[in-house]
Design a protein around this ligand. Structure first.
Ligand code: GLP
Length: 241
């Protein structure tokens, strides 16, 4: 794994945006795997600024998001579809029909998982997958114990994940208990992975990711086996501050 050390969140965001833009220039028809949460918002802001300033176009780009809460409509302010539109898609020239997020309000969520997995395949797979990490090592919403062979599936969220994400909701009770997430195997099939880690709360996760054993108890540890992973980590996450 290639590690890029940066000073802080802002530097991480700038570096990540630069990394994505380089890949986009090399391949204007790139399929990007995108993530939500607090970590990538700064990166998306930089992409928007670049679009406005330099006119970088996303008209031939496709995006697939990692996950979505079950039970929230796409226009719910806490749905990941809403997040993506608000944080990025509405501010660049990507046609919304080329942006994919699992449908958490599907009548049959199991069927939705199968549809989503096929969709990724039909897009030709993911060229570059952007990832954050939960402090318990989750990637996407693959909580500890998720099988490494898993494809897009329904997951019960851990109490600690619901608590961590409650900051985006009015109360903990409002945080959904289930989500649809790309599986570990779906993520591992991406040709390249860009993982962002910032802040002291991710310090333990960073240590486990770099030095821990590869185990389903810590889902992100599987990334040690991926041939093309770049980590952009700030000093707090690296325990250098
Ligand atoms: C969330 C998301 C993940 C994200 C992680 C970390 O629950 N499902 O995709 O990487 O948890 O979130 P944050 O970036 O807010 O710390």
């Amino acid at each position: 794994m290639n590690i890029i050390r940066v000073e802080n969140y802002e530097e991480m965001s700038k570096e990540a945006a630069g990394y994505i833009l380089k890949k986009l220039r090399e391949n204007p028809r790139i399929t990007l795997g995108l993530a939500t949460g607090g970590t990538p918002t700064g990166t998306y802001q930089h992409l928007i600024e670049d679009h406005l300033k330099n006119g970088t176009s996303y008209k031939d780009v496709s995006t697939v998001n990692l996950d979505e809460y079950i039970g929230l409509n796409p226009d719910h302010p806490n749905s990941y579809r809403f997040y993506m539109n608000d944080a990025l898609f509405n501010h660049i020239d990507i046609p919304l029909e080329q942006t994919y997020v699992p449908q958490g309000n599907a009548v049959d969520c199991q069927e939705e998982c199968e549809r989503y997995e096929k969709l990724i395949k039909n897009l030709g797979g993911i060229d570059l997958q952007l990832l954050g990490i939960g402090s318990n090592g989750h990637i996407g919403f693959n909580e500890p114990g998720t099988e490494f062979g898993s494809r897009t599936h329904i997951i019960d969220l851990e109490p600690s994940t619901r608590e961590a994400n409650a900051r985006f909701f009015a109360s903990l009770e409002e945080v959904p208990e289930k989500a649809i997430t790309m599986g570990i195997a779906s993520i591992m099939k991406s040709r390249e992975i860009l993982l962002l880690i910032s802040g002291a709360s991710k310090k333990e996760a960073m240590v486990q990711l770099l030095h821990g054993e590869v185990t389903e108890k810590f889902p992100a540890s599987i990334l040690q086996l991926h041939p093309n992973v770049t980590i952009i980590a700030d000093e707090e996450a690296l325990g250098l501050e």
